[in-house]
Design a protein around this ligand. Structure first.
Ligand SMILES: Nc1nc2c(ncn2[C@@H]2O[C@H](COP(=O)(O)OP(=O)(O)OP(=O)(O)O)[C@@H](O)[C@H]2O)c(=O)[nH]1
Length: 156
């Protein structure tokens, strides 16, 4: 059982993104919503779980969509904090798909806050990560979608 829960230990989430396509790519945003994930709080050894949403603006490549979910699984199946998990997913897409911009948002309930401690079942922790290509025009002056637009699409 623990082999499955911690199957991401020692693996690079980016390596899951092994399918990218380069034909007829346009710089229109691609969004994947409501990807479920389960992870383990590194402070309490209790689960946190929820959904991930990710949007990116392709440059020359698009990702095989399942590979984004696979990268999320690899990053979540280990001891984690939600902020780092969010960043690792965005970084994996940035490094392998080389988009103009990528943003992701995770919403989760942490069992360490629900079943013990402060006892707040039903709470939701929301984290976001935004990454821009170093040569991106997505910083506001160019024609690409701005980071604020990406976060709006994610429903922050
Ligand atoms: N961007 C994009 N990817 C797609 C679409 N339809 C299928 N794919 C992805 O194309 C990829 C093909 O990857 P492969 O590794 O060759 O196929 P696979 O072994 O079935 O991959 P898994 O679904 O990850 O098991 C997968 O990531 C699919 O999710 C689509 O319409 N758009």
């Amino acid at each position: 059982m623990y082999g499955e829960i911690f199957a991401g230990v020692g693996r690079d989430p980016a390596d899951e993104i092994d399918a990218v396509f380069s034909d007829n790519v346009t710089q229109d945003p691609v969004m994947v919503r409501d990807i479920p994930f389960f992870s383990m709080c590194e402070h309490h050894l209790l689960p946190f779980f929820g959904h991930a949403h990710l949007v990116y603006v392709p440059d020359r490549h698009i990702a095989g969509i399942s590979k984004i979910a696979r990268a999320l699984d690899t990053a979540s199946r280990r001891l984690q904090v939600q902020e780092r998990l969010t960043a690792q997913l965005a970084d994996a897409v940035l490094s392998r798909v080389e988009p103009l911009a990528v943003a992701c948002r995770l919403e989760a309930e942490h069992m360490c806050m629900s079943m013990r401690g402060v006892h707040k079942p039903g709470h939701r922790v929301v984290t976001t990560a935004v990454r821009l290509a170093t040569n991106s025009s997505a910083n506001g002056s160019g024609s690409a979608v701005a980071p604020r637009d990406l976060l709006d699409m994610l429903g922050h």
